[in-house]
Write a protein that binds this ligand. Structure first.
Ligand code: CP3
Length: 353
């Protein structure tokens, strides 16, 4: 089997082992992250290509994962064009002057990657060069229009998305203009990351689970489709991920995904039925990583069986929780890598038992 197993799995080709990586693998649960990262704002860390390369490579070295994900954040393009967004420690993105009026569209001019985010491209080039000999691809990423819009409109994290929904239903013209601008920012950023050497991309629509299927179809799918379509000609796999999106998986697939990321609420075999033909990524509950090892082991085997061995990229159902013991993630990688795809049907004893 030639080529890297992560890219083969994205294309649903046979693999020697199911590939594995973790959302938020570069971060707070790693002591070497805390040591290298220091105390400054995450946006200044992201603007330092040497630091970004180090933070991106740390989990590859420690865990032996099959893919790296760029150390960055979903608000980087909006911040880089001067919208006015910060990332507050422990809170996430915050906006002092949230998006409210048509005039605010002017704060979202087109992104010029070489001018606005040269440090991202420098980091991607350095990381891709370092990873190439190991056959490990770098995943570039962007925030999907809805999830980024929710921060810009709410001014910070939200439980209800009340202002966001008031805008989409109350002034659909302005909402559609907003998500269209954000689609251009995400598409331009992702294309520049691929040109600099990223071998796959993931579009994070983390909070799309707040939407009904009808809201997703009317207010979100057109902009998200625009982002994923912009990547089609590159040929790199496009992963599309959200949390609580069981009822949206079909639409998320049709928006132009090659791989659909699934949280722990929907078993992967059921998810696969909802997305037709595409590969799945997921979906161990990140909270389970804090349980005793036998419970984790059982659930890893269940996820492998439901993933079916082909067209499955093993991951968590959302990001690594800060209190996770890195040793547990190491054991998860070893377990996934010790199970040949032909054995996953028997992996948790559910078949033939
Ligand atoms: O390891 C990786 O996955 C790569 C790095 C990465 C970060 N943010 C670094 C980060 C990725 C892929 C993201 C994407 C991101 N950022 C998402 C989508 C993924 C998801 O979790 O659903 C979202 C919603 C954001 C917005 C955001 N940025 C949040 C909610 C937070 C957490 C606030 C906190 O401190 O708990 C951030 C800050 C952030 N982004 C941190 C990291 C490592 C932590 C703060 C820091 O180290 O300064």
């Amino acid at each position: 089997m030639t080529g890297c197993r992560f890219l083969r799995a994205c294309r649903s080709e046979p693999v020697d082992r199911v590939p594995v990586w973790f959302m938020r693998q570069a971060g707070r649960s790693l002591p070497e992250y805390r040591a290298a990262r220091g105390t400054g704002s995450i946006l200044s860390a992201i603007a330092d290509p040497d630091l970004v390369a180090e933070l991106t490579l740390q989990p590859v070295r420690r865990y032996g994962v099959d893919a790296a994900i760029l150390f960055s954040d979903i608000v980087v393009p909006a911040a880089a064009v001067g919208f006015g967004v910060e990332v507050a420690p422990g809170t996430g993105p915050v906006v002092a002057d949230p998006f409210r009026h048509p005039d605010d569209l002017r704060r979202l001019r087109p992104l010029e990657p070489e001018v606005d985010t040269p440090y991202v491209l420098e980091a991607v080039r350095a990381i891709a060069a370092e990873l190439r000999p190991r056959g490990v691809p770098l995943i570039g990423f962007a925030g999907a229009p809805f999830t980024v819009a929710s921060y810009l409109v709410e001014g910070g994290p939200s439980r209800t998305y009340a202002r966001t929904k008031a805008l989409m239903h109350g002034n659909p013209t302005l909402w559609m203009a907003l998500v269209d601008r954000l689609a251009d920012l995400a598409g331009t950023s992702l294309l520049s990351q691929v040109e600099a050497g990223a071998g796959a991309v993931q579009l994070f629509d983390s909070w799309a689970g707040a939407l009904s299927p009808d809201e997703y179809r009317r207010f979100v799918a057109p902009a998200t489709t625009k982002v994923l379509d912009a990547l089609a000609a590159t040929g790199v796999p496009r992963i599309h991920f959200g949390v609580g999106t069981g009822e949206l998986l079909g639409q998320m697939a049709r928006a132009g995904a090659d791989v659909v990321g699934v949280d722990w609420r929907v078993p992967l075999d059921e998810a696969r039925r909802r997305i037709g033909g595409r590969a799945v990524q997921g979906n161990l509950d990140p909270a389970l990583c804090l349980a005793p090892w036998p419970a984790i082991e059982q659930q890893v085997r269940t996820v492998l069986r439901e993933g079916g061995g082909i067209g499955h990229i093993f991951n968590l159902g959302h990001g690594v929780l800060p209190k996770t013991d890195p040793e547990i993630l190491e054991r998860v990688v070893t377990l996934v890598h010790s199970t040949p795809p032909s054995d996953v049907a028997r992996a948790d004893g559910a078949n033939g038992a």
